[in-house]
Design a binder for this molecule. Structure first.
Ligand code: ATP
Ligand code: MG
Length: 541
């Protein structure tokens, strides 16, 4: 057996050694009430990853016990996102597949005197629950006989009572220090059309009760979930023990992934979508897997990130810049290089005529990537910010009388700046030095700056989109998401780009030299370059 990589594997190794389990099975349990986000990628990494490690199985388990919030649209999106990350589930299972059995188990608990029908309202139950320091009060309905409870529960199922009029509660301990054990509600009456069972049911099991049953019925040996379920584990165990599950699935909790500058709550993400603050669930600024995919983040980089942050028991917050660094590292190795200018400034080479092909390295870090030809010419575009009439000290880009190299081509000297009526530079006239060609420079001229450029004759127009984080730093304006949300986080430039970028298959990730990593796509016939991640760490920009 390979060495354990985290505390979960330590526990599993011990269970295997003790003969408690033979084969390992896990499940990834999303609730289909929204799109998956990067936090779920960590949960998948843990659940699918653990199964893989032990040659076990991992099911896709849809926790659909809350019919008012669940939709088939979400089920489809979740499936697509898991497949995109490259995980394969053994079986696709729904809590609703087990509604009959979950119901039968409830009758079993009632018969054993372990559950009772309660007439208190949700409000009254809450009031009687007690606090961390005070025990709760027992319900006056707690002493109903199993026969009476069974009759009432069947009537609940048959639709005799209104929503909320009665519920089924486990009979555990109103004085337990763990509030989850104070006779928790395990079934409620709710008339809502379920996305799979329609109107068959008007009672639905509560998550804490249904989950251990579904785990057991699927053959899950280790139920891996996040730390907020730690306090629910005693109830998870209670259900398994009372119903005599053998082998009883074992719940193990790990820390959630929290990332700075990202909202990671489905509820809040849904609000952003519904209020139109973003373009949709797959907006490139969204931390949803659909958003990250649309952004152009490679699935491999997400998995690599999950593997590097590890699985721990202690809660922590990860810097978004670390995630970005992992993405950048991947793209640096894999993305072909190309050139585009965000804010084009015309550059004319007065002593150059015609055009020529120059070699351009596709990716110097990727062995065998080779070179391609790009067309150099008399009229080019460079970045507006790469020329200055009033340069600050140590300005190594282009300024009047100074030299700079045009990437993979020649050294030029800026001779004259043409300005418009507002004094804005609209064109730079240059001299080039024929001896200075990259790779065979015999000019003896020193040029510190290397500028990217595109050929004005052959370039294409492209809409270039840059993104800021959707959430400003926590110190910006309090901790509340709504105060930190940055609605002005999409910036659009009318860029000029190499024609090569329009020929690439849609969705290809490029490193735009000196600019960043960008994905190509077409929108209504228009070429779009959409930022995946900046070239340098711009976390504090
Ligand atoms: P949210 O709070 O964003 O709505 P959730 O926990 O309600 O998330 P589920 O669909 O219930 O979403 O999550 C499926 C699984 O993914 C659960 O086991 C949950 O613990 C896990 N999960 C959710 N968010 C994270 C996260 N940030 N890090 C790790 N695991 C997560
Ligand atoms: Mg949940």
């Amino acid at each position: 057996m390979a060495e354990a990589e985290n505390f979960i594997q330590d526990i599993i190794d011990a269970d295997l050694a003790a003969g408690k389990v033979a084969a390992i099975q896990t499940r990834f349990p999303p609730e289909p009430n929204g799109y998956l986000h990067i936090g779920h990628a960590k949960s998948m990494f843990v659940n699918f990853g653990t199964a893989l490690k032990y040659n076990g199985k991992c099911n896709l388990f849809f926790d659909d016990t809350n019919p008012s919030k669940e939709k088939t649209e979400y089920v489809d999106a979740i499936r697509r996102d898991i497949a995109w990350l490259g995980y394969r589930w053994e079986n696709e299972v729904y809590a609703s597949d087990f509604f009959d059995k979950i119901y039968a188990y409830a009758e079993q608990l009632i018969t054993a005197g372990k559950a009772f029908v309660c007439d208190l309202s949700a409000e009254e139950i809450r009031e009687a629950r007690g606090t961390l320091t005070e025990p709760g009060k027992e319900s006056p309905y707690r002493t109903r006989t199993p026969e009476e409870n069974l009759k009432l529960f069947r009537e609940m199922k048959a639709g005799k009572y209104a929503d909320g009029e009665k519920c089924l509660r486990a009979k555990i301990d109103m004085a337990s220090p763990n509030i989850n054990l104070r006779d928790p509600v395990i079934y409620r009456i709710l008339r809502a059309t379920h996305h799979r069972t329609g109107d068959t049911w008007c009672i639905y099991p509560m998550y804490d009760y249904a989950h251990p049953i579904c785990d057991f019925l699927q053959g899950v040996t280790h139920s891996l979930c996040t730390l907020e379920f730690e306090d629910h584990r005693p109830l998870y165990d209670w259900v398994g023990i009372e119903l005599g599950f053998a082998p009883k699935p074992r719940q193990i909790e790990f820390a959630r992934l929290n990332l700075t500058n990202l909202v990671m709550s489905k509820r809040y993400l849904k609000k952003l979508v519904e209020e139109g603050s973003v373009h949709g669930w797959d907006d490139p600024r969204m931390p949803t897997l659909a958003g990250l995919r649309n952004r152009g983040i490679p699935a491999e980089a997400i998995k690599d990130f999950c593997s590097r942050i590890g699985v721990a028991k202690a809660q922590s917050e990860c810097e978004i810049s670390y995630f970005e660094a992992v993405v950048r590292e991947y793209l640096n190795l894999h993305a072909p290089r190309a050139m585009a200018v965000l804010e084009p400034l015309k550059l004319t080479i007065t002593n150059y005529e015609g055009s020529e092909e120059v070699d351009f390295e596709i990716n110097q870090l990727s062995e065998g990537a080779g070179t391609r030809k790009i067309t150099f010419g008399k009229t080019l575009y460079i970045e507006k910010g790469d020329f200055s009439l009033n340069p600050p000290p140590k300005y190594h880009r282009l300024k009047l009388g100074a030299y700079a190299r045009l990437k993979n081509a020649y050294i030029v000297r800026a001779d004259e700046a043409v300005t418009d009526e507002n004094g804005e530079v609209i064109e730079v006239k240059c001299t080039y030095f024929p001896e200075s060609h990259s790779g065979s420079d015999k000019s003896g001229i020193k040029a510190k700056g290397v500028l990217h450029w595109v050929n004005a004759e052959t370039c294409i127009d492209a809409e270039l989109r840059q993104y800021d984080h959707l959430l400003r730093n926590a110190d910006y304006a309090g901790q509340d998401f709504s105060e930190r949300i940055n609605l002005d986080s999409e910036h659009i430039f009318q860029a000029k780009a190499e024609p090569y970028l329009a020929q690439a298959p849609e969705g290809t990730a490029f490193q735009l030299m000196r600019t960043g990593y960008y994905k190509t796509c077409k929108e209504g016939g228009m070429s779009v370059l959409s930022e995946i991640v900046s070239l340098k760490d711009n976390f504090n920009k």
